[in-house]
Design a protein around this ligand. Sequence first.
Ligand code: N01
Length: 518
Amino acid sequence: MYQLLSFRDKLGLSAKVLEAANGVGGTWYWNRYPGARCDSESHSYAYYFSKALIQDWNWSERFPQQPEILRYLNHVADRFDLRRDIQLNTRVRSGRHDQASNRWHVISEAGEHFTATYLVTAVGCLSSANVPGIPGLSDFAGDWYHTGQWPHEGVNFSGKRVGVVGTGSTGIQAIPVIAADAGHLTVFQRTANYSLPARNASLTEEFRRYAKEHSDDIRKVMTSNTNAHPFYITDRSAFDCSDEERKAIFEAGWKKGGLEFRTAFRDLLIDEKANKTAADFIRGKIHDIVKDPKTAALLADIDHPFAAKRPPVDSQYFETYNRDNVSLVNLRETPIERITAKGIQTAAQEFELEIIVFATGFDAMTGSLLKIDIEGRNGMKLSDAWSAGPRNYLGLQVPGFPNFFTITGPGSPSVLCNMPPAIEHHVDWITECIRHMREQGIARIEATESAADYWVHEVNAAASATLLPRATHSWFLGANIPGKPRVFMPYAGGFAKYRQICADVVSKGYEGFSLSRS
Ligand code: N01
């Protein structure tokens, strides 16, 4: 939506958004599962490009629920009169660059044909639902749902025997809410996960006023730190203080709630021993909260460093296992063998279920892009160019695909950040790039092969300097999708550094891009 507005209002271009859904909102349109809410602070999880917009929207909670965020995005669409250029219910099948005319030809699933000088994808990083290929799903006599394709009318869990597969951010948000309604909830856990308490609360009028009055300062913090959240990571090491002091710092973060817990020490994501101090603290909390020692041990048996996967932020997740109607199954010990007419058959037993919820994540970062048949110069397909994993420059452009831009694509820091600042940065960069092209009479821009080689190296080097690749089953690595190349996809060098690199590229005359007038 911001890219549309920028093309239209800043550059005076005619622009059209093609959207598969029957409404705006993207991830917040699709992910309507119970408990879906933001894990970033609401005053930062918003557009900052318009002061008037900041002033006229009031968030109700620190971590608002999905319906409120969807209302906000609809408000943005109306406020900036975006709907007249958004074509809903239009899934794109293919995009092909025609060299002779230097235009993109885009075809929808319905066969509609569009042409454009520039093609920008804003298909989201976590938008291609991963329904695992467990044998027997079609035999299941009950109802099943994937959290990322949730029915608009909701699901009635009342008194039902429900199974949830998956304990990532989504499962951890959904489980407490489903448990409150279900007759019995069985959670199928393959990988135990850290989770931080949200400590969600209503926002006071005073805080709302503060956030509006200080929006420039808040934006400055978000754009000048590593993760685009409205807080800095402190400069101290976990070993700059005594054990008691460290524990008190973690305790304060736990009490405050939210992702700010990660800011306690600068070395949590780069030093194994420092990381272990946080990991042990959270494991201790799990044992304190969960009354049944066997269940607590299973939940705390976490095999990767803290924050090597994006840490979930929860409301009463671990507490939910103290309910009589909730049980936990260890899939590491007894894997799922198949789905039967009655429920889920593991290596140990058959669990009878009326509803199965797959909170099993997404074919992340490349899934939705590669579902579109994208063809660049000389018939080159994006799926072939990326057969060994995504290869691009700055996460923005792919060699061989002229005038094609990817917002928050692989190779950008987006998913390691608070998303809205990352999105705004990409849109601003693309908009200014196209402004430059039009002012200078440049017809085509394309990342060079050597620039893509350099960037793939940078992305790998940045990840290797952290503990992030140590979560070997993470979607950051594509490891959650069978057969997907194992490549660390986001840029882990930090948002501020990334912004600087992108700005330097521009100041050096779009270094690494080939610009041509013909
Ligand atoms: O998906 P995930 P998600 N059998 O891939 C399990 C963002 N987000 O939807 O780890 C059994 O993280 C899988 O197990 P394992 C956020 O960035 C944000 O939860 O592969 N289990 C794992 O437990 C997040 O990181 C918010 O062993 C199977 C789970 O399913 C990202 O979205 C809210 C399985 C998938 O976890 C993705 O989160 C929600 C199988 N065959 C999400 N296949 C906000 O708050 C998979 N699993 C903004």
